[in-house]
Design a protein. Structure first.
Length: 201
């Protein structure tokens, strides 16, 4: 079974879904969330392509933690949601989540995920990934029932959903990699770890 090799690996995230992906893949790691101002970075990149912003956020997280622990490999990841030409951050309140869901209703949601590896405070690798999730028509009754079941947990989720939970009911069709939808392009990450001798088989 593949496991992380002797070199130290840090996940620069507290995301439960990202930890679950690495755990499921048998990867040994430590978790240390990055202390960066994500909204400030997004504002500084206003007008940039969402895929570029997702990559910049993933890289910033990896670099920040790597600066604190330069001998380790650090994995950063981020996801951005784009619907109707607008970017949507994690909802701050239940009311905001309801507004987001009403806007998403009947539209395609573009989920941009990215991952980055850093060492010695420098970015060594970055990879983007895209999934398109087609949101079905959502009634107000459904939205209220959904939020009753899923809030406040989805307050930590871009797009106001957890695909591994009740969020699956939001969509009628998904095009793209399942791991991307979960919040990290896992297969490219595993490939990058193999290339750097971080996985033994």
């Amino acid at each position: 079974m593949p496991i992380a090799a002797a070199q130290d690996l840090i996940l620069a995230s507290k995301s439960a879904s990202r930890r679950a992906m690495l755990d499921g893949a048998g990867i040994k790691y430590r978790s240390r969330p990055a202390d960066i101002d994500e909204r400030a970075l997004e504002r500084a990149m206003d007008g940039a392509d969402p895929a570029e912003i997702a990559q910049a956020l993933a890289a910033a997280k990896a670099a920040a933690v790597s600066a604190e622990d330069p001998s380790a490999w650090v994995l950063g990841s981020d996801s951005l949601v784009e619907v109707g030409g607008q970017r949507f951050d994690k909802p701050q309140t239940r009311e905001q989540a309801a507004d987001h869901l009403r806007f998403f209703s009947g539209k395609p949601m573009h989920l941009h995920s990215a991952a980055a590896l850093a060492r010695n405070g420098a970015i060594d690798w970055v990879a983007p990934s895209l999934a398109t999730l087609h949101v079905r028509e959502l009634s107000d009754d459904f939205i209220e029932g959904y939020l009753g079941a899923e809030w406040p947990e989805i307050g930590h989720c871009a797009g106001a959903f957890r695909i591994e939970a009740m969020g699956v009911h939001l969509f009628e069709r998904i095009i793209g990699d399942h791991f991307t939808v979960l919040g990290m392009p896992l297969l490219p990450v595993l490939g990058a770890l193999r290339e750097r001798g971080m996985i033994t088989e």
